[in-house]
Unconditional design. Structure first.
Length: 409
């Protein structure tokens, strides 16, 4: 992907007062990198500025809910739809800004709109917001501006974003659903040990008889839970915090976790298919936009979402840059199934690589959907059996002394 060497300066908003061509008073807002640039842009518009000041920013920020990836996907689809319908870009951005549900999203679109009105290209305006528009997004928009097919590029980016978010949601569901159920089970068992069993223990003391072994074991576990529950909860919270921090700050640890995740039962299969789907979708989108293959591979490596695949794709990029065929390099990594490498081979031979990669992405996205649905259907009865065994077992154990007394009578 071509490197953009232009220095992108952050545009800020200025309020102005001045005179129009007819000598009438006028005031408003304009985006520029500096006050002098704002005055120059006003003069180009036929406005003689009398006062130009930087607009003060709110003390506590713009407020509203934070912008997430879904918001950017919706924004991209809205732009694509309006451009395809023949609505000018400036008008499209203005309509989107006014119709945004989130105040923060409205502010973001207004910032982009102001910079476009000040003379910046769309890609340059987006580059000033790297938190929401990454290099891949901006480079694709830039290629669309240069080719005069901005509507088609936004449509492709919108499809890419929508598919990526749907895939991410499916994989997240596959990984969080069992964790959530087991967490609830842990909480229920904790309540039984800390709250319910102690009340039974007081009743048992009045029996004046020896208690069954399983009941004694449950009471002993309850006493430990009562004495150390705060330590256990604090330990879990600290462990989760340290684990997440290590994933963010330690590249080697994160890479080792990614490798373990690929080998994990059931979930590992979904993560593998998800990485292949992201790789194929990103490569198809960038290559179809006219980006050279070796540069498109660089974007695909970053979008793969897994350190193992990222390293493998970077190796593929090095091989392709050296003149090797991509399907041969893919096969050498031992990560991609034969079906994938064969379809890539057909695409290279026929000159329809982007089409073949899109088909691969569609196939693997569907397989992820089916796998997640299968896991949900499979894990629900397993969780029910687990809950019934653990919780039901504790209840039965606590009622054993009462059953024995009934038999003795």
């Amino acid at each position: 992907m071509a490197t953009n060497n232009k220095v992108i300066r952050k545009q800020i908003v200025f309020t102005y007062q001045g005179l129009n061509r007819r000598g009438g008073k006028i005031k408003g807002e304009i985006y520029a990198a500096s006050a002098s640039e704002a005055k120059g842009n006003l003069k180009k518009q036929g406005i003689t500025p009398t006062k130009v000041r930087k607009k003060p920013q709110p003390l506590f920020g713009s407020g509203g809910k934070p912008i997430d990836a879904k918001d950017i996907a919706v924004f991209t689809r809205q732009v694509a739809t309006m451009l395809t319908a023949g609505v000018p870009l400036v008008q499209s951005l203005d309509m989107i800004a006014k119709g945004a549900d989130k105040q923060s999203m409205s502010k973001l679109v207004q910032d982009v709109l102001g910079q476009v009105q000040a003379g910046s290209s769309v890609a340059d305006a987006l580059r000033t917001q790297p938190k929401y528009f990454d290099d891949l997004y901006c480079d694709l928009v830039e290629s669309g501006e240069k080719s005069g097919a901005l509507d088609g590029i936004f449509d492709r980016i919108a499809l890419y974003k929508e598919k990526s978010e749907a895939l991410k949601s499916k994989i997240k569901k596959a990984m969080t659903y069992p964790i959530a159920i087991l967490s609830i089970s842990f909480i229920v068992v904790g309540i039984l040990l800390v709250v319910v069993i102690p009340s039974f223990e007081d009743i048992f003391k009045s029996f004046g008889a020896d208690l069954p072994g399983p009941t004694m074991t449950a009471i002993a576990a309850s006493e430990v839970a009562q004495d150390y529950w705060a330590v256990v909860v604090a330990g879990i919270i600290i462990a989760v915090f340290l684990f997440k921090r290590a994933l963010r700050t330690n590249a080697k640890f994160a890479a080792s976790m990614d490798a373990l995740l690929l080998k994990a039962p059931i979930v590992g299969n979904i993560v593998n298919k998800g990485a292949i789907a992201r790789y194929a979708r990103t490569l198809s989108t960038t290559f179809a936009a006219g980006v050279p293959l070796h540069e498109a591979l660089n974007s695909a490596a970053g979008a793969s979402g897994n350190a193992v695949y990222k390293k493998a794709i970077q190796e593929i990029k090095a091989d392709v840059s050296a003149g090797n065929l991509m399907h041969v390099s893919m096969r050498a990594t031992n990560l991609f199934p034969d079906m994938v490498t064969q379809m890539v081979s057909i695409g290279e031979e026929s000159g329809a690589l982007d089409t073949m990669l899109e088909r691969v992405a569609n196939v693997y996205e569907q397989e992820v959907d089916d796998a997640v649905d299968g896991i949900t259907a499979l894990i629900e009865p397993f969780i029910m059996v687990f809950l019934g065994t653990v919780i039901g077992g504790l209840i039965v154990v606590m009622y054993l002394p009462i059953f024995q007394m009934g038999n003795a009578v």
